[in-house]
Design a binder for this molecule. Structure first.
Ligand code: C5P
Length: 398
């Protein structure tokens, strides 16, 4: 089984006879666990109908850039952010030319400019068109821009010619798509990540907690595994599935999370504190359910240990990365935490913006270190986690 579970693949279909194979690509991607949205150019619709690809993908097919109804359902920027990977198969000579020139004259070419996700193309055309210096120049331009080129294969063509220009088969394309999610930058590195909220018991049935969904920490765990790391995810209670190949330890309270994290020190190379740890807990959790009687009651709280500070001051200190959710003076407050908690790197986000942060699927952050910072604009939490893992790795290796 290839590693495409829950990956968002945006399949672009352009006008060429190989477009009939796009139907099979959708099936194969789904068999490997991917979620597929399809974007078709006008010419593609002459070869295969949007209805066919809609029925197979289970999602509406997107064809128009300037259609208010389509934009209201899922706008082009939303679609660009949704994608973890864009695969254009088949990619015609015309599409390659438009893409190489950075044109944005239809939905697909616009998406290619708007997305942060990697883009791959599977060219398909007559061998003479493939050999033409204009196509070869466009290919070079796309190569220089780090666009992945899948194929083309060689052999007999629909037009009767023999030579290069045949689109790769659906299985080969899906295998190459899966490879886009793998790298070995963290081979041999052990990463420990905390995620989700903690629950601080008031009595056996009640607790104090927060709205953390755990999505960011889980996405980071998945991205670190894809980069070759051995990952332990220490998670508070959330409604998320453990990512493939991640060792998960479930905890409830901050005290349990603290102990589980300390148990990992010595073997941990990189620690990422993405959990929203409760700062306080009730001094005493009642053994039995507290009965209501008085009109008001007081629960006395005491401070929880600061897990990330304990990690960063430990004798077996790993490279330490924290998060700061702020509603104002984001950079200033985050820098304060970076220093006070002795972290190496802090990822700051503005949670006053409802579009990003807690519970949302998107996020925009600033990565801040002692003498620098880098802003990462709004993108999916998965896509962001891949960028963050690459950034963390670069600082760790320094
Ligand atoms: O101080 P603040 O809670 O904003 O700091 C956020 C960072 O500190 C996050 O990385 C969070 O996981 C970590 N933290 C912790 N233990 C606590 C509180 C926060 O590790 N008790």
């Amino acid at each position: 089984m290839l590693q495409l579970t829950n990956k968002h693949i945006l399949l672009g279909v352009t006008g060429g006879i190989a477009a009939y194979k796009s139907a099979e690509i959708i099936r194969r991607l789904q068999e490997h666990g991917a979620n597929v949205q399809v974007v078709m150019t006008k010419a593609a619709q002459e070869f295969i109908t949007p209805l066919t690809l809609q029925a197979l993908s289970g999602n509406p097919v997107h064809c128009d850039l300037l259609n208010p109804a389509a934009e209201a359902a899922m706008g082009h920027i939303e679609l660009a952010r949704w994608a973890d990977l864009v695969v254009i198969a088949p990619a015609s000579a015309d599409f390659m030319a438009r893409f190489a020139n950075g044109q944005a004259d239809d939905l697909l070419s616009t998406l290619c400019l708007a997305t942060n996700a990697p883009v791959a193309i599977a060219p398909a055309m007559n061998q003479a068109m493939w050999h033409d210096p204009a196509t070869q120049q466009n290919l070079q331009t796309l190569n220089d821009r780090k666009i992945s080129i899948f194929g083309p294969g060689e052999g007999s063509q629909a037009c009767g010619d023999v030579g290069p220009g045949r689109m790769l088969g659906p299985d080969e394309i899906v295998e190459l798509a899966a490879k886009q999610f793998q790298s070995n930058i963290l081979d041999g590195v052990t990463v420990v990540i905390t995620a989700g909220p903690t629950r601080e018991a008031i009595d056996p049935v009640r607790y104090i907690s927060n709205h953390s969904s755990g999505k960011m920490g889980y996405a980071l765990a998945a991205a670190a595994v894809e980069c070759g790391a051995a990952v332990t995810l220490i998670s508070g209670p959330v409604a998320l599935e453990t990512p493939d190949r991640v060792n998960q330890i479930d905890v409830e309270s901050a005290a349990e999370m603290h102990q589980s994290v300390l148990d990992q020190l010595g073997i941990c190379d990189i620690f990422i504190g993405a959990a929203a740890v409760a700062d306080y807990r009730p001094i005493l959790a009642a053994n039995q359910k507290i009965k209501k009687s008085a009109e008001s009651m007081t629960i006395e709280l005491t401070r929880n240990p600061d897990i990330i500070s304990a990690v960063a001051s430990h004798e077996h200190r790993p490279f330490t990365v924290g998060f700061a959710a702020e509603t104002q003076n984001v950079e200033e407050y985050a820098r304060g935490k970076l220093e006070n908690k002795k972290m190496d790197l802090i990822v700051a986000n503005d949670v006053s913006d409802k579009e990003i942060g807690f519970n949302s699927d998107n996020n925009a952050v600033s990565v801040i270190w002692k003498d620098g910072m880098k802003s990462i604009p709004t993108t999916s939490k998965y896509q962001l986690s891949r960028i963050l893992i690459a950034e963390i790795n670069a600082h760790y290796k320094k």
